[in-house]
Design a protein around this ligand. Structure first.
Ligand code: PGA
Length: 242
């Protein structure tokens, strides 16, 4: 595992975006696994800036997002589809036909999950998977205690995830209770993984995930076993990972 140390959020965003842009330049038709959340915003801003300068072309890039809230249609203001459009897709030359996000509004869980996995397989897998990390160690919506061998599935969100995400909604009661998420197995099959983290509230979970035992109680700990894993963090986030 490679650890890249950044000074602050801005520097972390630039260093992570550098890895994503190198992937696109090396392979213009790359399959990118994308994530949402506050951490990712600076990375997407940086990619948009480089696109604006003519240094990046997204026209042949395919994207596969990690997760989506259940019961929110793609055009709901808090859906992850909307997040991706606001922060990246509508600001670059992405081909809408190459965007993949589970359809949260489709209640047929078995079908949504099966078709999502099939589409990842048809694409030949994910070249580079971007990840954030929850303070409980979740990646995507894979919460503590879930099985490592899961592919895309439907999950019930934990209280701590609902609390953390409530800041994006008018009130806590508006946060959906369920989500579709790629499983740990789907994530581990990505050729490369890039986990980005910022701030001192991530320091303890990064220590547990990368210095502690590999256990489903800390879902991100499985990334210790990934053959091509890079962690980019700022000083505060990496402060307990000496
Ligand atoms: P954050 O979310 O980037 O908003 O901290 C990370 C996550 O929960 O995966």
């Amino acid at each position: 595992m490679k650890i890249i140390r950044a000074r602050d959020y801005r520097d972390m965003s630039r260093k992570a975006a550098n890895i994503v842009s190198a992937q696109i330049i090396m392979k213009p038709n790359a399959v990118l696994g994308l994530a949402t959340g506050g951490t990712m915003e600076g990375i997407y801003d940086q990619l948009v800036e480089w696109y604006g300068k003519g240094d990046l072309d997204f026209s042949e890039v395919t994207t596969v997002n990690l997760d989506e809230y259940r019961d929110l249609a793609g055009d709901h203001p808090q859906s992850y589809m909307t997040y991706m459009r606001v922060h990246l897709f509508d600001r670059v030359n992405m081909d809408p036909a190459r965007i993949h996000i589970p359809d949260g509004a489709d209640p047929d869980e078995a079908k949504v999950c099966r078709e999502y996995e099939e589409s990842i397989r048809r694409l030949g897998g994910i070249d580079l998977q971007l990840l954030g990390i929850g303070t409980d160690g979740h990646i995507g919506f894979n919460e503590p205690g879930g099985a490592f061998e899961m592919e895309t599935h439907s999950v019930e969100l934990t209280d701590s995830t609902i609390d953390a995400n409530a800041r994006f909604f008018a009130c806590r009661d508006d946060v959906p209770r369920r989500a579709y998420t790629m499983g740990i197995k789907s994530i581990m099959q990505a050729h490369k993984v890039l986990l980005a983290a910022s701030g001192k509230n991530k320091a303890e979970i990064l220590r547990r995930a990368f210095l502690g035992p590999v256990t489903p109680e800390v879902p991100a700990s499985i990334l210790q076993m990934h053959p091509d894993m890079t962690l980019v963090g700022d000083e505060e986030a990496l402060s307990l990972l000496e």
